[in-house]
Design a protein around this ligand. Structure first.
Ligand code: GLA
Length: 729
């Protein structure tokens, strides 16, 4: 069958159809029936119905049960499970099981196993044990994908495809090496170009023949950072290439069904911007650690990242746990209500699917202690009761599917920056990029400001404020784009270690942050990381306020920029620390140090205020508010306000005009109580005749009569610290 691109549905249309066929939000999880006798399957199907399950993911790890030995297939059991699911009205998200090449294949081709940088080879007995560049691995997994496509594309239970599982293994073996060389030959027009890009004159690494170019295996001492950056890019690209090859086969068989793979939180190996662009939806596996009181904050960051990867399109929670996981030293179970709250948090942040790993808790194998929708004790448990309750509730929330949130603030999150920053041999090898991003995300989250993530190539025009935490690597084009954003009237906040290197990971000369010197109107002549864990330097403001910085400082020169704070102790005493530059119609703030929390929040609050950004609603601490809006099939507007209480005590929230509480189907307005770890999901009244995004945003901010985000962000103590005065409050 030939598919003409013009006949293909868009990703958004495929998702829309998926949710129409599922009857709303997707609910279910990974189902591994091959681990259980057939009589259990029937009980599973019945319990799934009881729980409101409408989608299960099958066959993720089933390669050895589907291709028993080379070319000998047994699809009979999977046919039966697919039929059983269909008979019970449950849809299937069918996986290609390429994460687990079977023992017979590894026996035939031991070099399928990935090789570590030190040349040692992983042993069989776990999963993700493949070098994605191995030609036999590729051929065999594509052949199996073809067979699955042929066999199941028309099955009435099939709702979507799930390619592989958590792509990630990096291999330094011979097949990876060959593919790396080919990748480099595509990237660089000549070996001279590669020599130039990799600065091979340093330490005498000049190449005279392509065959000399190898993977960056365990070096004698330190290895070339430009080469290692290219190897990161290659690793992500080579796995993506394999994903695309399987996707294209499945697309040929099922042009209208969504095709995804599952992402991991804070996962450095794969550039999820590039990956998400090739999928129908971003899909996340999320396992917040219940031992961390604020685990929901880093979860929120990951949720907003998923929402942003496909520019606001609804995304999927592909896996989460009902209770404990089995991957940490102490695996604490989620407290009652937390699984429900976490699920609604994902929905509030744009997810239209709530799926778990897994349906039935395994009896044996590595993850036998990982909780499930049906635990070892069976269905007569708190967890299964919570699973059923959530499944029932989600049935009333179908109207949310397809709706979106809008943000006026964006944070830059970029894999090139991540890779380049954490390669070592830098002034600070302990820098954690994700934590740097979280440091800027957290206060905005706490102030209930909706944030999008963008990368260095994104369209910045929707945003009034763009934040660049440690945006270390910038190409000339992306630097120019950020510059234009500011000169056109945008507000930019840039932190230390931004714009330092170019795309080859070589330093931009003339002072840091090279790529942004112009727009920032300031430059640094030297980096001064602070060595001691608790080492601090004092800061002062022109009007006599004081604060502190730690971790990182720079010898900064303010050129055209205004100095907002200077170093007041240590070797940089008297040197500017924080500057703000007027550039064209906009402004650019530079933080050359890790500021103490109060000043960090104050500066962000001033930026938000100046950018006209308001929180979704004025609420007590620990309460998260998000809004999702869109149109019904008939074109009329819909708007939903989701209020999540992350506190272990009830709170009072003023929802003003309110709307219909979808979980109780009652009208709600004014001050309402949200129970501990509870949620409120309101469908707001929206006048259908004047539907437009801008107006809706204006209405919502006006209606809530909120404090500005600036006021919500104030730490309070900055005044007593004597740091200036908020000129806007
Ligand atoms: C990942 C995997 C699952 C399972 C869970 C739980 O997300 O995709 O197969 O192992 O973790 O640990």
């Amino acid at each position: 069958m030939t598919i003409h691109p013009e006949d293909l549905l868009s990703a958004e249309e495929r998702l829309k159809r998926l949710h129409e066929r599922l009857g709303g939000i997707a609910y279910g999880g990974d189902y591994n029936p091959e681990q259980w006798p057939r009589e259990v399957w029937l009980e599973d199907a019945r319990l799934m119905q009881q729980a409101g399950v409408n989608l299960v993911t099958l066959a993720v790890f089933s390669w050895s049960r589907l291709e028993i030995t080379d070319g000998v297939f047994d699809f009979g059991w999977l046919d039966d499970v697919m039929d059983l699911m269909h008979a019970h009205g449950i849809g299937v998200d069918l996986a290609t099981p390429d994460a687990v090449p079977p023992a017979w294949l590894v026996e035939q081709h031991p070099d399928i196993m990935p090789e570590r940088a030190d040349g040692s080879i992983f042993g069989f007995g776990s999963r993700q044990h493949f070098d994605v560049s191995h030609p036999v691995y590729r051929a065999k997994s594509l052949a199996l994908t073809e067979k699955m496509g042929e066999r199941y594309a028309q099955h009435p239970a099939l709702r979507m495809w799930h390619v592989g599982n958590e792509y990630g293994p990096t291999s330094y073996g011979p097949w990876a090496e060959k593919a790396f060389r080919t990748w480099l030959q595509r990237k660089y027009a000549s070996l001279d170009e590669l020599n130039q890009a990799w600065s091979t004159t340093v330490w005498g690494q000049h190449y005279t023949d392509w065959n000399q170019v190898r993977v960056p295996a365990q070096p004698r001492t330190w290895s070339n950072p430009s080469r290692r950056l290219d190897f990161h890019r290659f690793t992500s690209d080579s796995m993506l290439e394999h994903f695309k090859a399987e996707r294209d086969i499945l697309r040929r068989h099922s042009p209208d069904l969504p095709i995804v793979t599952n992402f991991m939180r804070f996962y450095k190996t794969n550039d999820y911007w590039a990956w998400a662009a090739e999928e129908d939806a971003a899909a996340l596996d999320i396992y917040p650690d219940p031992r961390e009181a604020d685990a929901h904050v880093s979860a929120a960051l990951n949720f907003d990242l998923m929402r942003s990867l496909r520019q606001g399109q609804p995304w999927m929670v592909m896996e989460q746990a009902t209770g404990a996981v089995s991957q940490w030293s102490v695996n604490v179970s989620k407290l009652p209500g937390k699984m429900r709250l976490g699920s609604y948090q994902a929905i509030a942040q744009g997810a239209d699917s709530i799926l778990f790993f897994q349906w039935r808790q395994a009896k044996g194998g590595t993850e036998r202690y990982h909780s499930a929708m049906v635990n070892h004790a069976g269905p007569n448990t708190r967890i299964f009761r919570e699973v059923c309750e959530l499944g029932q509730e989600l049935k009333s929330l179908g109207g949310l599917t397809g709706t979106r949130s809008t943000a006026k603030v964006a944070i830059v999150f970029d894999w090139d920056c991540w890779w380049a920053l954490e390669l070592g041999n830098s002034p600070r090898s302990d820098l954690n990029y994700a934590q740097e991003v979280l440091r800027f995300y957290r206060p905005l989250f706490e102030a209930n400001v909706t944030v999008d993530f963008v990368n260095a190539n994104s369209d910045l025009s929707p945003y009034s404020l763009v934040i660049m935490p440690a945006s270390y690597l910038l190409t000339d084009e992306s630097a120019a784009r950020f510059g234009k954003y500011v000169s056109d009237g945008g507000r930019l906040v840039v932190s230390y270690l931004s714009g330092v290197v170019d795309e080859d990971n070589t330093i931009r000369l003339g002072g840091y942050p090279g790529a942004l010197r112009n727009v920032l109107g300031a430059w640094s002549e030297e980096m001064h990381p602070l060595a001691g864990e608790d080492e601090q330097v004092k800061l002062s403001t022109p009007d006599g306020g004081t604060s502190a910085a730690s971790y990182w400082t720079e010898h900064l020169h303010a050129g055209t920029a205004e100095v907002l704070a200077s170093y007041a102790s240590g070797r940089l005493a008297g040197v500017p620390a924080v500057t703000r530059n007027a550039f064209g119609q906009g402004t650019a703030l530079y933080l050359s140090a890790r500021l103490d929390d109060d000043l960090h929040r104050l500066l962000l609050s001033e930026e938000l205020h100046a950018a006209g950004v308001v929180p979704e609603l004025d609420v007590p601490a620990g309460v998260q508010v998000r809004r999702r809006a869109g149109t019904k099939a008939d074109g009329t507007a819909r708007s939903f306000l989701l209020v999540l209480n992350h506190n272990d005590a009830p709170v009072q929230v003023d929802v003003h005009d309110g709307g219909t509480d979808l979980l109780s189907d009652r009208p709600v307005q004014g001050t309402v109580e949200v129970e501990a770890n509870g949620v409120l999901i309101l469908e707001e009244k929206v006048a259908s005749w004047h539907w437009d995004w801008t107006r809706l945003r204006r209405q919502s901010s006006g209606r809530s009569r909120t404090r500005s985000a600036a006021t919500s962000l104030e730490a309070g103590s900055w005044r007593s610290n004597g740091i200036g005065a908020c000129t806007h409050c």
